[in-house]
Ligand binder design. Structure first.
Ligand code: GDP
Ligand code: MG
Length: 223
C-alpha cells in the first residue's frame, strides 16, 4: 500500500560513479566496497521513504508513502554501450540519470552523452524518422548529474561536506562544456523534463542523494 515506483536508468562513462550512486541509494557502505567494473546490466531495487514525507501530517498518505526505486545500472565502457539501447528497450524507465566526472576527459564524456541520446532514440524506434517523431511527444526525465564535486575541495576537507557557492561555481563551469549536447536533448524531446544536480556520490550527505529521487518524484507524481 502507498508504494510508488521511480524507475531510472543510470548512464555515463566508466568510472563516473554510477555503481557507487546505486550502492549509496541501497544504503551499502561504499567505503567497504572494492570497486569493480560493471560488465552487465544490473537491476537494483530499494524501497525508501523520502525526507519530504516528514513535512506531511500523519493523516496524509504522503507521510506513510514509500517509494520503490528501481535503478538500472549499466556498463560505461565504450564497447559495452550498445547494451544501453537494450537496457532502455527492455526496462521502460521513467528517466535517466546521466553522470559526469570532472576528473575525466570532457571529449570522452561528451561522446558518452551523445551515445545516451542516440541509444535512447533507438530505444523508441530503430527507424530514425519514426524515433524522431516519437521523441516529440515522449515524456521522460533527463537528469544530468555532475558527480565527484568533492574533487573541487582540498583533499584534507571534512567529509561529508556541504555544497558551497565556490564548489557549485566550478561544477557549473564544468557542466557548461556539455551545454550544446544538452540543448540537443531539449530540442529533440520538447515534452520531457530536464534537471541538473551537483553532488558527490561518495561524500555528499545522504539527504543530497535523497533529494535526487525527490526531484524525480515531483516530476513523476507532482505531489
Ligand atoms: N572522489 C570521488 N570518487 C568517487 C565518487 N563516486 C565514485 N567515486 C569513485 O570512482 C570510481 C568509480 O566508481 P564506480 O561507481 O565504479 O563508477 P561506474 O563505472 O560509473 O559504475 C570508484 O573508485 C569510486 O570510489 C565521488 O563522489 N567522489
Ligand atoms: Mg559501474
Amino acid at each position: 500500500m502507498f508504494v510508488r515506483d521511480i524507475r531510472v536508468t543510470v548512464l555515463g562513462n566508466t568510472g563516473v560513479g554510477k555503481t557507487t550512486l546505486i550502492n549509496r541509494m541501497k544504503g551499502t557502505d561504499v567505503k567497504k566496497i572494492v570497486s569493480k567494473k560493471t560488465l552487465e546490466i544490473n537491476v537494483e531495487e530499494k524501497k525508501i521513504k523520502l525526507k519530504s514525507s516528514e513535512d506531511y501530517p500523519w493523516y496524509s498518505p504522503e507521510a506513510h508513502r514509500k517509494y520503490r526505486i528501481i535503478a538500472i545500472d549499466n556498463p560505461g565502457d565504450y564497447k559495452l554501450r550498445r547494451k544501453w539501447r537494450e537496457a532502455m528497450r527492455k526496462y521502460k524507465t521513467d528517466g535517466m540519470l546521466f553522470l559526469l566526472d570532472p576528473d575525466q576527459s570532457v571529449e570522452v564524456q561528451r561522446v558518452a552523452m551523445e551515445d545516451s541520446y542516440n541509444y535512447f532514440l533507438d530505444s523508441l524506434d530503430l527507424r530514425p524518422e519514426k524515433a524522431d517523431r516519437k521523441a516529440t511527444f515522449t515524456k521522460y526525465i533527463f537528469h544530468f548529474v555532475v558527480n565527484k564535486v568533492d574533487l573541487f575541495l582540498p583533499p584534507t576537507s571534512e567529509k561529508p561536506f556541504t555544497m558551497s557557492p565556490a564548489i557549485k561555481e566550478r561544477a557549473v563551469d564544468f557542466l557548461a562544456n556539455f551545454a550544446p549536447t544538452m540543448d540537443e536533448f531539449k530540442i529533440t524531446f520538447p515534452q520531457s523534463k530536464f534537471g541538473i544536480s551537483y553532488l558527490s556520490t561518495l561524500h555528499s550527505p545522504y539527504k543530497s542523494l535523497d533529494k535526487l529521487f525527490e526531484i524525480l518524484k515531483v516530476y513523476l507524481y507532482q505531489t
